[in-house]
Design a protein around this ligand. Structure first.
Ligand SMILES: *Cc1c(COP(=O)(O)O)cnc(C)c1O
Length: 405
């Protein structure tokens, strides 16, 4: 037996620690999703499985607030959702306006380039919403643009843009829209039909609290016609909508790829949870817990990165206090308090913390645990933070909102 094989004998079953997940995703898995994952595997053509797939499509239309026929979850993380939209809609030579106000807008530019498209970038200040007037001006300069792409909820900064207005501007200039709703779906209003958005993608592991690895997608009739009218096949076999549809869309289904069945059971369960709670109630829950967390964070003297009007309740980005080792503090929160918060990305790395309140993670007990742990860790560094006062400030918000914490 080789040395490597012998040392492999030390490997045991993996048991992950039970963390409080308050980062920018993944969020904690809802117990009902966890139970759904442990159900037996069935074949991807099993009539029972096919019925569950049909129900997922119905529940997804509710979550997205759309009547779009082409609504299904792609087998892959949010990034596969993003790429599916670009590889299907963008043809070589197409001019695509991409609004960049954070990391994910940057990935959209990369997607356009890899599809052979020509990106026209609307550079916006990180931490702010995309300015619809700036988009209008840019589209006037580029009357041949075919698509406008933007991120509704920029998880890298915590800023939300006005998707309805941005879609209206794009339509006025005869452009289709690709909208990233990975972090917004289930946390803040995503109103696909009211916006008139054309290709919208999301992720399973943020405000839906499902396992990572699925990407809810929805396409308008206009987007479907656009894909059908392509002159040339897209570069991706796996993500080609016309092929995937033979499995997800057809009445006579044919094999395309083996669906991640157990993850889909969990998605079915979390979409059902969202319908049981009601979208408005889910949005209100995210807002209320955000208000309580914010009251506590403000007692620590922490300032939000994003102006109030564009602030996402599910991504609380605050500036890190001057002169501290923020990585060491986050490590302590994780290892000693079992609590994960997020760091800054790109130019904001080391400068901000991102405290997520997403899906099942978005609960009063987690808000209070976060204020307790963060307050303790900050006070130990000599910063003026009092966790008891912070928790009291959060409790006061809950009392005002009549929520028992
Ligand atoms: C998380 C995220 C993605 C990518 O999702 P993955 O599941 O990590 O691939 C894309 N866009 C936004 C805005 C996100 O927050």
């Amino acid at each position: 037996m080789s040395q490597t094989a012998a040392s492999n004998n030390a490997i045991r079953s993996y048991t992950p620690p039970n963390r409080i997940l308050l980062g920018p995703g993944p969020s904690e898995l809802h117990p009902r999703a966890m139970a759904a994952l442990g159900q037996p595997v069935v074949g991807y053509m099993d009539p029972s499985f096919v019925q569950m797939m049909d129900e997922i499509k119905v529940l997804m239309r509710y979550a997205f607030q759309t009547e779009n026929a082409l609504t299904f979850p792609a087998s892959g993380p949010g990034s596969v959702g993003m790429e599916t939209c670009f590889v299907n809609l963008v043809e070589p030579g197409d001019k695509v306006v991409v609004c960049r106000n954070g990391v994910f807008g940057g990935r959209m530019i990369d997607n356009v380039e890899r599809c052979g498209g020509v990106p026209v970038v609307l550079e916006q200040t990180w931490g702010q919403a995309v300015d619809p007037n700036a988009l209008e001006d840019l589209l006037k300069q580029h009357p041949d643009a075919k698509i406008v792409a933007f991120v509704h909820a920029e998880t890298s900064t915590g800023a939300q843009s006005d998707a309805k207005t941005l879609c209206e501007v794009a339509r006025r200039h005869n452009c289709l829209t690709i909208v990233d709703c990975v972090t917004s779906l289930g946390g803040t209003p995503v109103l696909v039909d009211q916006w008139g958005a054309d290709a919208v993608y999301s992720g399973s592991q943020k405000c839906l609290s499902c396992t990572p690895g699925l990407a809810p997608l929805t396409f308008s009739e206009r987007a479907v016609e656009h894909v059908r009218a392509r002159k040339k096949k897209g570069q991706s076999w796996f993500m080609d909508l016309t092929l995937v549809l033979e499995y997800w869309g057809a009445t006579q289904r044919t094999y395309h790829h083996t669906a991640p069945g157990n993850s889909l059971y969990a998605l079915h369960e979390t979409l059902l949870l969202l319908r049981e709670e009601g979208l408005e109630n889910a949005w209100a829950r995210h807002h209320n817990n955000h208000m309580a967390l914010r009251a506590g964070l403000e007692t620590f003297g922490l300032n939000y990165v994003v102006p109030e009007a564009a602030r996402l309740p599910q991504v609380n980005s605050v500036w890190v206090p001057e002169g501290i080792d923020e990585l060491a503090l986050r490590r302590r929160l994780l290892l000693e308090f079992n609590l994960e918060i997020g760091a800054g990305l790109g130019p904001l790395a080391g400068k901000i913390w991102r405290i997520g309140l997403m899906g099942y993670s978005c609960r009063p007990e987690n808000v209070l645990a976060c204020l307790s742990a963060l307050g303790t860790a900050m006070a130990d560094l000599g910063l003026p933070a009092d966790s008891v006062a912070a928790q009291a400030a959060a409790q006061a918000v809950y009392s005002q909102l009549k929520i028992a914490a």
